[in-house]
Design a protein around this ligand. Sequence first.
Ligand code: ADE
Length: 352
Amino acid sequence: MASESQNWVLMVTARAPTNIAVIKYWGKRDEKLILPVNDSISVTLDPDHLCTTTTVAVSPSFDQDRMWLNGKEISLSGGRFQSCLREIRSRAGDVEDKEKGIKISKEDWGKLHVHIASYNNFPTAAGLASSAAGFACFVFSLAKLMNVNENQSKLSAIARQGSGSACRSLFGGFVKWIMGKDENGCDSLAVQLTDEKHWDDLVILVAVVSSRQKETSSTTGMRESIETSLLLQHRAKVAYTFDAGPNAVLIARNRKVASLLLQRLLFYFPPNSDADLNSYIHGDKSILRDAGLEGLKDVEALPPPPEIKDNVPSQKYRGDVSYFICTRPGRGPVYLSDESQALLNPETGLPK
Ligand code: ADE
C-alpha cells in the first residue's frame, strides 16, 4: 500500500433506485443464498422520486468496518451484509489515485476496512422496498471503490445475497430476475429486458397507507367491490400489485389514465383536512395539473368523478392513505462524482 501518509480517505458515492415487481418474487428455495422459486419481473422506479444514496470509503486509519443508515450507526455483523462484503472483497482489484498519491494492490483489500453511509430519500420501514435500493447501492458503490471487474448481472447476483429483490435494482427500466438452477446461485441474477425509455408514459402510483389496522377484511372488501363498484368492470384500465407491505401500487398505461385514476383516488381517499394536495402527492406532482387539480387548496372542493351521483366526498376512508407517490420507470444506479453529494467527510471518513 504505497502512499505518503496513512491519513488518506478514498471514497465513492452512488445512487440506486428501488423497484416494484409485477411478476412477484414470493418464496425462496434457499434461504441463505436467497434463491427464489420462480423468475420475477419488475419496473425500476425513477430514482428522482425514490432512491438510496450511499457513500463508501476506505482508509488505513479505519480500524473496523462501520455503517450508518439514515444517520444512525447500524451493525454490519448480519449475514446479508457480510455475504455482500465478502463477495465484493474477493473480487477486488488494484486501485490507484495518482492525484492523491494512493496505490492499493488487490492483496491489500483484506486488511483494509470500509466506512459506509447510506440514506433513503423515502421512509425506510414503510414497505417501499428500501432494502432493494439499499443493497443494490451497497454493492454497486463498493464494487467501484474496490475496482471489481464484473458486469452488472454478476453484481446483481451479489446484491441478491443482501436482499433478493435488490438484484433487480442494478438495472433501469424493465428487469427480469432469472431464478437460475445452480445450487451455488451463480446463475440466479438479473438482466435488463428493456430500458426506461421503452414505455416512458407509464405511471406508477403508490398509495402509502397509514399503519392503522384495516377495518375491512380482504374477503369482505372483494365482496363489497363486486356488489357496489361501478368501476370494477373497467379495472383492466389499471393494473395493481402489492409488495409484502400494505401499500397498493397502481400502474396506469399512460398519464391520461393515471389522472382519471388520481381524481377517483383523491375522492375516495381524501387527505386529512389539514393537509393540502401538494403535500399529499409526492414524486411527480405534475400529475395534479394533468388531473385538473393543480392549485386546489381546499381539499373539500375536490370535484367528484362524473359517475358519482351525490357530490359528497367519501368520509369513510379519509386519512387512511398517508400520501401518494406518483412515479415512472427510471434509470439504474449511477455514480455521483460531485463530492458535495458524499455522505462521508472526505478528511475523516465519518458521517458529515
Ligand atoms: N435497508 C433499508 N435501507 C437500506 C440501505 N440504504 N442500505 C442497506 N440496507 C438497507
